[in-house]
Design a protein around this ligand. Sequence first.
Ligand code: FES
Length: 144
Amino acid sequence: MSDTPVNAKQRRTFLGIILGAIGAVIAGAFSWPLFRFLSPIDKGGEAEQVRVDRQQIKVGDAHFFSYQGRPAVLLQPQAGEFVALSAVCTHLGCIVKWVDDSQEFLCPCHAGRFSTAGQVLGGPPPKPLTTYSVTIDGNDILIG
Ligand code: FES
């Protein structure tokens, strides 16, 4: 049985549609992760406030938490003084660690160092850690 010109044309059209659909699926599979990577992080609303029990924060200690979907830290450098900072290093975005002995933050990636106020003490970070507003509300501390 031989193909008529109409059957061959219909077959090419059908194959073209199938290949186009497969191409669209492959393009979607590759572009979705790129889209998610480039999309801004959901901050959960600009008005978000985090409430932390004041008793959780000891003098000279750091309490890590999530603020607007990003790592943050609350500390009490001196009795009654509370500071909230972003825990994201301003160099390349690693998460800083609290060093109890030296009472400063250390970035594990390139040894950037920050004071309890978030100021750069050493290393490659170009600017201080972002600070957040802190309000004392009875036995709680409100961040943001
Ligand atoms: S990412 Fe923190 S010092 Fe490089």
